[in-house]
Design a protein around this ligand. Structure first.
Ligand code: SF4
Length: 249
């Protein structure tokens, strides 16, 4: 199919799905993007569009087709964005005096980023240990191996996510703090960051019981996360009151 036709098919499909009664508008804004574990796939327009376009969600990142699709989604989205902007009399080709400078990174964002980097290095450095440990735990009990594997997967998944959402919470706050009305984006982003932290803490407790040799590292990460969670909740005190579409309805 020609690229132009495929773009139009994507735009038509996105609009059709967004209008379905069961679809929850904006549910993907404050989820954890872990579609494989999500219980709302049938109500999420992002997920449904990918599925119904017939795209393989497990496409190889190296695969040219995958990157072609990424470009197609980007171009189609930009076309829809221009359409909407035009309706509101906004000229996206001429942003005028819009201030697009990045607010400075806060200490809390840096603290979150340190966690991501530490986890990244720890997972790489400990790979041999995990491999050996998996074999020995597996010979004792298949139930435990699932817990350790799941826990590591949870920790890895949220390690980047927590930092990205913490950054988004502070970025939105900086952009909106002088506005008459807040969109709630800083609260919603802070809330999902905290949820990611809490899930990671649960995963660490699984490892804590299974991997006693790692006690010092695990406790260090848990303390880091607890401090980060407290700092986020002090900075965005009403975060947990935010109602995430679908998840908190
Ligand atoms: S709401 Fe669920 S299905 Fe949709 S993007 Fe988020 S995790 Fe994926």
């Amino acid at each position: 199919m020609e690229r132009k036709e495929e773009m139009q098919r994507y735009i038509d499909k996105s609009k059709e799905i967004a209008n379905r009664s069961e679809v929850i508008s904006g549910i993907y804004n404050y989820c954890d993007r872990w579609c494989d574990r999500c219980t709302f796939t049938s109500r999420c327009s992002l997920y449904l569009t990918e599925q119904e376009m017939g795209w393989d969600e497990n496409a190889d990142m190296e695969n040219q087709e995958f990157w072609d699709r990424m470009s197609l989604v980007f171009e189609s989205t930009m076309e829809m964005l221009h359409e909407s902007a035009h309706k509101f009399g906004i000229d996206l080709d001429n942003p005028g005096d819009v201030d697009i400078s990045e607010p400075e990174e806060t200490e809390i964002e840096q603290f979150a980023r340190d966690y991501t980097l530490d986890i990244h290095n720890w997972l790489i450095d400990s790979q041999d240990y995990f491999d050996e440990k998996m074999i020995s735990i597996a010979s004792d009990s298949t139930e435990n191996i699932v817990s350790v594997t799941d826990a590591l997967e949870v920790i890895e998944w949220y390690s980047m996510f927590i930092t990205a959402k913490t950054h988004r919470a502070f970025y939105s706050y900086e952009l909106e703090k002088d506005a008459d009305e807040l969109s709630g984006d800083s609260q919603g982003s802070a809330k999902i960051a905290v949820i990611g932290i809490e899930r990671s803490l649960k995963a660490f407790t699984v490892l804590y019981h299974q991997l006693p040799e790692m006690e010092d590292d695990l406790l260090g990460f848990m303390v880091h996360l607890e401090k980060l969670k407290k700092a986020i909740l002090v900075a965005v005190p009403d975060a947990m009151e935010f109602k995430r579409p679908g998840f908190d309805d």
